[in-house]
Ligand binder design. Structure first.
Ligand SMILES: [Fe+2]
Length: 172
């Protein structure tokens, strides 16, 4: 039988209670970024219209970077004695949001929807930093570094749906 509970060891100097809380936060960030990297590829495949090639090619480096982030988080979970879950079912069971719902779609429609996806992911990454700041500075630093990159990716997305006066096209 496989074991999905915490190991009896964690990082030296970290209490087992704080390790458990840290793992819970990181598991949520892992689900979010596994979902994001799949969604980014889905958009890469299904976007159409003017600026197709720019948007299509903008997304692959985001996929690669987010995939690397999932590896870093998962290995941190294991380091702390947790069991990182990377199966499709774990993603679906662990997420609180609906599946991305545009198939083939125009550049603007996809990027407005992707901006909303980044609102969720990046907002939750920021909340995670706040929680982690109380319990594990190493994980806090890791998630902080990721957020700088994720916020830059959201800026790339927003630059396509922004007006010169600085307003964004909205989801609703
Ligand atoms: Fe491709």
């Amino acid at each position: 039988m496989s074991n999905s509970t915490m190991a009896e060891f964690t990082a030296p100097g970290l209490s087992s209670d704080d390790a458990k809380k840290t793992v819970q936060v990181l598991e949520q960030r892992l689900v979010a970024l596994l979902d994001l990297q799949l969604t980014l590829k889905h958009i890469h495949w299904n976007v159409v219209g003017p600026n197709f090639i720019g948007v299509h090619e903008m997304l692959d480096p985001q996929v690669d970077a987010v995939r690397a982030m999932t590896d870093t988080i998962a290995e941190r979970v294991a380091t702390l004695g947790g069991v990182p879950k990377g199966t499709p079912k774990a993603i679906v069971d662990g997420r609180s949001w609906d599946d991305y719902n545009i198939g083939k779609g125009m550049v603007t429609d996809h990027l407005v929807a992707l901006d909303a996806v980044y609102n969720g992911v990046n907002g939750d990454h920021r909340k995670a930093i706040e929680t982690l700041s109380e319990i594990d500075a190493v994980s806090e630093d890791m998630i902080t570094g990721q957020l700088a990159e994720l916020e830059q990716f959201q800026w790339f997305v927003r630059a396509h749906i922004e007006s010169a006066s600085g307003s964004l096209k909205n989801d609703k």
